[in-house]
Structure formats: C-alpha cells, structure tokens
Design a protein around this ligand. Sequence first.
Ligand code: ADP
Ligand code: MG
Ligand code: MG
Length: 888
Amino acid sequence: MPKFVYDFTEGNKDLKDLLGGKGANLAEMTNLGLPVPPGFTITTEACRYYLEHGTLPEGLEAEIDTHLTALESTMGKRLGQADDPLLVSVRSGAKFSMPGMMETVLNIGLNDESVHGLAAQAGDERFAWDSYRRLIQMFGKTVLDIDGDLFEEALEAAKDRKGTKDDVDLDAGDFRDLVGTYKGIVREHAGRDFPTDPREQMNLATMAVFDSWNADRAILYRRQERIPVDLGTAVNICSMVFGNLGMDSGTGVAFTRDPASGQQGIYGDYLQNAQGEDVVAGIRNTVPLVELEKIDKASYDQLLDIMETLENHYRDMCDIEFTIERGKLWMLQTRVGKRTAAAAFRIACQLLDQGLIDADESARRVTGDQLAQLMFPRFDGAAAKEATKLTKGMNASPGAAVGKVVFTSERAVELAAQGEDVILVRRETNPDDLSGMVAAQGVLTSRGGKTSHAAVVARGMGKTCVCGAEELDVDVKAGSFTAPGGVTVSEGDVISIDGSSGEVFLGEVPVEDSPVVRYFEGELRASDGDELVKSVHRIMKHADGRARLKVRANADNPEDSERARRFGAQGIGLCRTEHMFLGERRQLVEKLILAETPEERQAALDALEPLQKQDFEGIFTAMDGLPVTIRLIDPPLHEFLPDLTELSVKVALAGDKADPQDRRLLEAVHRLHEQNPMLGLRGVRLGLVIPGLFSMQVRAIAEAAAGRIEAGGDPRPEIMIPLVGAVQELEAVREDTLRILAEVKEASGVDVHALIGTMIELPRAALTAGQIAEAAEFFSFGTNDLTQTTWGFSRDDVEAAFFSRYLELGIFGVSPFETLDRDGVGRLVRIAAEEGRATRPGLKIGICGEHGGDPDSVHFCHEVGLDYVSCSPFRIPVARLEAGRAAI
Ligand code: ADP
Ligand code: MG
Ligand code: MG
C-alpha cells in the first residue's frame, strides 16, 4: 500500500507531484529550520483515488490517525480538546498553484465546548467566538455548499445593529450570537446540524478539498492555464496560528521582489488583528509591509532575514504568506512567485548578475509567451497626458487596455461575444469572476493590493489589471462608478486602463508600440539604457547562441520580409503566391479561368508573369543571401471567382439583359464548384490540370532570380510544390520546373540555382516520404493542412461548432491548430522526417504551419531534428527564444 500521508518533516520541494506545491514547500521550509506550524500532507494520490472511486482509499484514515496523534503529542494538546483545543487548517494545494481556485477551511476543532477552552487559553472571549463563527461560515460555504452570502448578510446585520461598518466593533457577545445564527443557517440550508465532532469536521473538510478540484472555476482556470485535468490536489493539515489575537498579531503576504518590475525591495501587504483569508480576499484595506517595521521591529527583521534565505535557497523570487501571533512570526506558505513578463526578464538577468544562476538558467526562467506579452502595444505617452485621468490605482498587471465598462462577469462575457472590447470593473474580484476576466480586455478593482485575487489571476493570464483604485466608488447594482471630482462612469462608457502605471483614463487613449518591439525593429538599442530592453537583449543573444533550429518567416511581400529580417528571420519558409493574385490582379486570374482557347489562356498567363516577377524581385532583395521558399499556387481556383449565390441572383435578376461576361463567369463558377474544396482541385493537382500555370510561376521566379544575380545580388529561391500525396505528382512537376530553369539559364546566360521540394501536408505524403524524398530536395511540413487531414476535420467548420465541447471533455487540452498534436500529427512528422532522410541524407526539413510560432510546437520540432521553423514576422522573436530554450 502506498504511503498517503507525509509529515512536514518528511517532504521536500521536489515532491510537488505528490504533495502539491504548498505541501512540498511547507516541508522545504520546515527542513530549512524556518518557523512553520507543524502539520502533515495527504497526497494527491489519495485525492485521485477518492475522485475516481468516491471513497477514501483503504488505510488512509488509519494513516491520518497516526499522524494526527503524533501532531497532538508535538503540540501537547488534542484536536478539539475541550480545555485547550488543538485547531488545524485543512488546506488545498495542487502541483501548480491555482490561486483562490480551491478550498481551505480554518479553525477546525472548535465546537461548543472547545470554544471555551480556546477563550480561556487565549484569555480572550471575543477572539474565540470570532474564530468559531469563522469556522462555521467557511465550513458551511465550502463543505456544506451553503450560499456564502447568507453568512455575510447575517454578519452585516449584526454590524448594522451595532451601528458600525467594521468587524472590530463587534464584541464577544455579538460573535456568540452570530454563532447561533450561523448554526441556524446551516440547519436550514444543509438539512443537518453543524458537526461538532472535530475529527468529523476534519474528514469532511478533507473530502471537500478533494472535491474542489472539480469545481467549475477550477476547471476553467486549468483550461486557461493549460494545467492537466487529472493531477488532483493534496490536502495540508496545518496547526493553527492566530493573527487575530489583538493588535500585536496580524497576517500578511510578501514578495521577495516587486512582481511587476523585478526591483529588489520590500513588497507586501500587512493587516493587524486579522486571519489570513482577510488579506487575500482584499476585504479590508491593508498597510504596506514596510510599516510592519514600526509595528513589530523584531518580527519585521526576522521576516526580511527569512525572505533572503528563501531567495537564495530557491534562487528565484518567492512569494510568502505569514502570520504573527502575539509577536511570534510563523511562515504559512511560500512558492516561486508569479510575476509579470517584464519582471521575469529583469529578474532572470538580476539573478544572473548576482551569480545565483547561470546564463542557460536565465533563459529557462523566461518563456516565449512572456516575450509575446512584452510585444503588446502600450499607451501613447503624450496622448495619455492630454486625456482625462480619473484616478490612479496599483499597477497590478501591465498592458494598455481600452474598452466599455461592465460591472458583472456575465455582462463581460455577453458583450465580448458580440465582439466588443470590455473592461471589467469590480470592487474586488473573486473566483466566480473568472469567466468575465477571461472575456475582458482588462480588469479594474477599487479594493485589494497587488496580491489580491484580481491582481494574481490577471498577471497569470497576462491580462491588463489595475487594482486597489480606492478613490473609485463602485456601485455594481447601479451599474456605475464615481471618480474624484464627481465624474460618474456608467456601463457602456469607454475607459482606458494602464496596467504598467496604474492610471485610469476616461475615453479611448491611443496606443503605441512597446519598447521591446522598437528594440527588435532596431529603433532602440540595448545600450540606450532601458533595463527591460537590456534584459531581453541579453537573453535573446544567449538563446540565439544555443539554438540549433533556424527561424524563418512566413511572408509574401517585401515589407513583411524586411520586418522579418529585422526581427531575426534567417530566411522565408513560406511565401504564399496566391496572395499575389488578389486585388487588381483578380481580373487577370478570372481571364485565365475563363480562357476557352490555349491562346487566351497563354495571354492571361503572359499578363500575370511580369507582375509575379516583380513581387519576387522585391522579396529576393529584402532576403538577399537567405533562402526564400516559394510555394506555387495552392487554393482552388473558385476562390478567385465571385460567390456562386450572389452571381446566380445577379444573372437571374438581369434576365435577358444579363451581361454575357457574367453568364460565362457563372458557368465557370458552377463548373469549379466543389462540395469539399479543401479536398478538391487545388495544390499540385491544379498545376497538373491547368497547363502553364505552374510554369508561369517558375519562370517568374527564375527570371527574378536571374535579374537579382545580374544586379550583384544573392537570391536563394526554393520552389515548393503544395499538397503532394504521391511521388509521381512531384516528379511530373519537377521535370517541367527543371526544364524552365534550364530555359531561363539559357536565355539569360545567368546560372540560376533553385531547390525543388514539397510540402508534407497529407498523411499519404508523410507515410510515403521515403519515396517522395527521391524527387524532393527539401520538405516543409504544412501542419495546418496536415492537422486537418489527419483528424479529418476542417478548421473553419469545427472551431466554432464543437471545439469548446471537446476541450471541456478533455479530448484535447488545447486546440490541435494552436499546439501541434504530438501523438497523431507529430507521429506523422517523425515518420516523414526519418524516412525522408533515410532516402536523402541531409534533406532540409522545416515546418511552415502556424505551429511554427507556438512555443510547445517549437520544442517538438527541435526534438524531431527539423532544420527550421517558419512563422509570422511578429512571432519570430518568440520562436527564436524557444528554439534556444529547447536546446538548453
Ligand atoms: P490559498 O491557497 O487560497 O492561499 P491557503 O491554504 O493558503 O489557501 O489558506 C488561506 C488563508 O488562510 C491564507 O491566508 C493562509 O495564510 C491562512 N492559513 C492557512 N492555514 C493557516 C494556519 N494553520 N494558521 C493560520 N492561518 C492559516
Ligand atoms: Mg495561500
Ligand atoms: Mg496547405
């Protein structure tokens, strides 16, 4: 039988799978000799068993008994003992932190007898009754599923009777009465009495924590954060310490550095005479941590000491929860802290400079997603100066967000679904607001510090957030808030919030490029002094030095090619030639399609060729000396013709007077109409069916290259044939292509070189890659089509229709169009790469689907041994960084 329970002295920080993050780190701190209240952890394995079978695994209760007895003897008192009760908290803690997503119950062990024991031991009646009512409240809500508002309302009523707004004014008698009221609420709404047996309390709370793994908001959060669904949570049983024992007690949270900027210093919030959940919930206003120095110097100094110990030990920024009980400091939690993207880059370089980590580790400490966040635009400084500033709150999560004000999560979701940008405004958020936060451009709260729910969750999602804007009076019921000076902002009004400065503006403030983008554009230098730019530069340089994969761009015009090159592209991996057939040239394509004789067709092709040639010259110039992969025309021809229904109506309405040209067009549209265009006449099939089409394109490429060479340039064209499923298709096109290259060489007297290769985007191509490589000098995986053809669904049709259901069911954790499906599509990629190279050692292989800019997919491409990934110009820095990280 596995071991299901670990004392805090038995675990360590590397056991997160088993003990969850909280448990593993409580154990680590215990073993570092830091003051952690004793306790033990029930493993995630026990949770998984419980969730699967609905009962606790055999032997677990006995194991808990043994550990509880040991804890009781350490503490010198029994759980719920009438004259001197041991109280514990029952705390959730999964492998990945899910702030506020799951449940915790404090003060387990109190009942009608032990409340007197607690009062006598503490010498404080009020404290004991307050703790007892908190237990019933938390237990009622969490374990017995009673609407939390019922308890809140009873508490408000008690305060009203006293004529106060503050809990502090309630006395022992008030809390004792409240305990009575709360018990009544439990009886009425749970259909049972509040359990007075301490051990039963603990068991029920444990199971409730297990169950909270599958709470709706936890499921939604996991999906958002891509956390696997089947990990389960551990449960930590931790002896209670009390921050609500008077003004010499209190509770707080802290970071070892600023999670928004990375700056070293004292960052945190403290609340006197309170229990932990009061701070995290942002219910009462906290004081900045520095003020603790005046309140309790000894604890303050000890805390700073411990923070330094933790930073050096974890070699990273940590966040912590602590409580002071009558002048004695206790550590209740630590973990490597969540941080903004900018802070991640800065902290990585600071730790590197401090010698705590090496350069490889610094690159491991940041992600492509974080880099992508830093490339978002921000407010134009001059315009922001001009704008009406409503207030300034805390800069909780950076970015510039503009949108219509909404006050509820439901409304946020509703308007976002209609394509509106919204800003969710709340007094404070709680886990029920998650869907609204996901839907909104940004979040604004009037209460709570940088560690409030809104701040933590928004940072995790990379969503702009301003919190604790205390000057705002938010009235959710009325659907409006007022700012200083009496400005009232109602639902639907537009505001702009700056998560980097904390400022809130009325109306829309224009946004501008981020400094990181300006750095990649070459407009800002690393030496110009911006610390963030410097950090990005250092880590990018290191990543580039490590990367084995090259990064190319998907670009089909000179402007994009130039930008891609500035952003560090090492060539073009996909130039889509059909994009060159749009706009004014559409008519020429129409002529080509409508041609009735070879002469007419040739005339149309002859008209297109010089235009194509011009395009290629521009791109070769921008990418001089670097490979440019040009894909011959891919989509079905009807995409260049008018819509069937529209044209039919037009011709029908015109009757006899219909334009003969329209009639011919309509005929062509009918002729080319396909039930499944994705699987129809396109790609290489088109090239083989419409004589001269591919040849025209190849000639344009070859002549453009010849022209560049004559002008002293160094063009490196690679001609790519799309949608090949059989080597015979490729052979036919290849022969033609070679002939044209030879003709151009002959005519121009210039030695034009071009590689001829193919896309691998059909399962058959992947499975016969060994044969195809006979005729291909390179492969490029078109993973968009390969995903569609492997799964047998068309992207345009399925994403709206059933993907969200599939994600809910866990059929995939993330859309296979976003992150390459390793098991299925990835397997085909592996087979094709291996068998292609077996035929033609040194075969150049890349990927040009949208996956080329997705971090996880980049790592996969590295593992499979591809030569390059290709992605849109703006994703290039992300792909470069991930290519480097994959090699570390
Ligand atoms: P979360 O994961 O949501 O932060 P926690 O398990 O950390 O939940 O607990 C919620 C709050 O209760 C925190 O502020 C924590 O510090 C406090 N807390 C938990 N256990 C104890 C304890 N044994 N004594 C005092 N406070 C506690
Ligand atoms: Mg916590
Ligand atoms: Mg394709």
